[in-house]
Design a protein around this ligand. Structure first.
Ligand SMILES: CSC[C@H]1O[C@H](OP(=O)(O)O)[C@H](O)[C@@H]1O
Length: 344
């Protein structure tokens, strides 16, 4: 299932706000269409956001192909700035935008149509690479999934969070395909319900056993010996291995460590921000309280009562058993071991 499709000029996205009951596509014809889709979380997931933003730059380039060089470069800078303002935490967004920006500097002596062609190619390359990267993450994670594993996961880290296949769910898919009889317990993941709505949708579609639990059930399942491992995704991993991920991840890590259950993070290298030394430097997105106050369009909090909505939290690297990437696995991550991964 590919939730992000490019027809050479426009971007088609599954509207994830309407899953699982309605599988509908939206067509992004302009940069603003793309920016709004990311801001409103019609598309979400760190790698998916990165690829979507890259295609947003490509759409902006096609729209400005008639401009002279200077006007074109100025227009693309404005496009990049707009897309960079959509969501602050997932570093893949900025990684992808910077990669598109590097095309401009690499081809600064080419004419505008040539630059446009190269920008479109770069966006397509980012998307195709993501699928291969996810499959590598899956292979590298396979040894960490025992047969009959009962796997707890949080949020959605599958095809709907990437271009295809997924990161943490990519490890699950790989284990299932290798004949391991895994069973996934999917945290519903309030308030957006990525687990209940998206992970359950993906895994049931693929015939992988999945049981949805409320976020508050995870500790009980661990305490009663029903979880063998926890595997989650990431939005930004810093140089020491601290990991920002969907709100609720930190609680799972503390519980897993208390119950001596392995806690894995699966993510591509594009999610690692070596420019930040530790997780306390990560900007945590604050989203609207209304997204907490409402479920399926129904208000569950009295009018006038506010709600907090930090969309992510940070898990200290000391609580992470291993970080699984396409380049290899960092066990007991710390600054030294993360650097070794980078230098491989
Ligand atoms: C493949 S990692 C996806 C990552 O992104 C999610 O956040 P959001 O749904 O708000 O974009 C969540 O943190 C996942 O782990």
């Amino acid at each position: 299932m590919r939730p992000i499709r490019w027809d050479g000029k426009q971007l088609l996205l599954i509207d994830q706000l309407r899953l699982p009951e309605d599988l509908t596509w939206i067509t992004c014809k302009t940069v603003e269409d793309v920016a709004e889709a990311i801001e409103k979380m019609k598309v979400r997931g760190a790698p998916a956001i990165g690829a979507t933003a890259a295609y947003g730059v490509a759409i902006g380039a096609l729209a400005n192909v008639e401009k002279n060089k200077q006007e074109f470069q100025s227009a693309i800078e404005k496009v990049c700035d707009r897309l960079a303002k959509t969501r602050p935490t997932a570093v893949n967004l900025f990684w992808a935008i910077n990669r598109m920006r590097s095309v401009l500097s690499r081809h600064e002596n080419d004419d505008v149509p040539k630059i446009v062609e190269q920008l479109v190619k770069e966006a397509e390359a980012i998307a195709e690479e993501d699928v291969r990267i996810n499959q590598s993450i899956g292979r590298n994670g396979l040894p960490y999934v025992p047969d009959h594993a009962r796997i707890l996961t949080h949020c959605n880290t599958g095809s709907l969070a990437t271009v295809e296949f997924g990161t943490a769910l990519g490890v699950v898919r790989t284990a299932h395909a290798a004949g391991k009889s895994v069973h996934v317990y999917a945290d519903e993941t309030r308030p957006y319900l990525q687990g209940a709505r998206l992970t359950a949708f993906e895994l049931s579609h693929d015939g992988i056993p999945v049981t949805v639990i409320t976020d508050s059930m995870a500790g009980h399942l661990m305490k009663t010996g029903n979880i063998d491992l926890v595997i989650v995704g990431a939005d930004r991993i810093t140089a020491n291995g601290d990991t920002a991920n969907k709100i609720g991840t930190y609680s799972l890590a503390v519980l897993a460590n208390y119950h001596d259950i392995p806690f894995y993070v699966a993510a591509p290298l594009s999610t690692i921000d070596f420019g930040l030394a530790s997780g306390d430097q990560i900007v945590i997105e604050e989203r609207s309280a209304e997204e907490v106050a409402m479920i399926a369009g129904k208000r569950i909090i009295p009018q006038g009562v506010t709600a907090l909505h930090p969309a992510f939290d940070v898990t200290p690297h000391e609580l992470i058993t291993a970080i699984i990437t396409e380049k290899g696995v960092v066990e007991k991550p710390n600054t030294e071991r993360m650097l070794q991964l980078k230098q491989q």
